[in-house]
Design a binder for this molecule. Sequence first.
Ligand code: PLP
Length: 379
Amino acid sequence: MIPFNKPYLTGKETQYIEDAVKTGKISGNGKYTKMCQDFFEQHYGFKKSLLATSCTDALEMCAILADIQPGDEVIIPSYTFVSTAIAFIRQGAKVIFADSYSNNPNIDAEKIEGLITTRTKAIVPVHYAGVACDMDTIIELADKYGILVIEDAAQAIDSYHIGKDGRKRALGSIGHMAAFSFHETKNIISGEGGMLAINDDRFIQRAEIIWEKGTNRAEFFRGEVNKYGWVDIGSSFLPSEVIAAFLWAQIENINDIQEKRKNIWDAYYKGIKEMNSSLISLPVIPDYATNNAHMFYLVLQNIDQRTQFINNLKSKDIHPVFHYLSLHKSDYYKNKHDGRELVCSDKFSDCLVRLPFYYELSIDDVHQIVNTITIFYNK
Ligand SMILES: *Cc1c(COP(=O)(O)O)cnc(C)c1O
């Protein structure tokens, strides 16, 4: 059986967890948390990295830091995970859903300006499959209208955007802030886990306070203030050292993990391209984006073909899965949405299928999957 996902363990996870446990410091913000955060800041150029218990939590921190108030509007792609929206909904925001490109599930940057009003507080680009959104256009719009950019970089670790100025910048380092996920389905994992990245100095101090239940505890432990207490709202957003120790084992192997995943992605791409089928669309990676091999997906002609495709592969013990359902049509939001049709988002909801993708998937497995797909289409 070839499952859709299989979490990869580097082998050092339990050793580092044991070390964290033996040092007696297992709550948050200890040695492993600092090692992970330092790595992310140094390698990806975030001004501040704070580990979180999930990407959802990191997005909630973003919504608090952006000071989202009831009635504020936030522009979000409809083709995304629920968390991108609920973090802002919880603060009382009205979510304005935007459509995807026709050939790429990312938010269509050309369609954003028409959605901006005096109440717009933030744009939340989601880098689907770890492939960059058009950040040049999005940052220009944000600067023009004085709104914030919060990157949902859940899938985008170790992926880059190449600006018009030729500058290559890590995803998550471009917007005012960004959220990453280390859920077991992502490239590097800690079971559940996430990170907030802050790139604008104005938000750093408050981010640490919100992270530590509304207290200035982090400043106190650095000796910057001589007592700590309750200074703001917040929650318990920081993960324990047990989770950070697990994540550290993954970080140590990130180059190996990424190389392996890129080889799998390339093998899929080559194999499917050689089929030369007009019934299958391959993923499109714009010139301004790199590929972090987070997932490999195909876009089929319609929902019936996709259902047949998935059932056929499942009958051969291969487990592909579809992905998001347009959020503007969800039970929770359909009556709150303003009625605009978002046809590209709906197309990806109906037609996108993700193929098995994980570190231990062999190139032979990929060839077997591609063969099965070829036979299905030649029937
Ligand atoms: C995985 C994912 C999330 C949620 O991440 P968690 O760490 O599970 O909270 C949010 N947004 C996108 C785009 C994701 O892929």
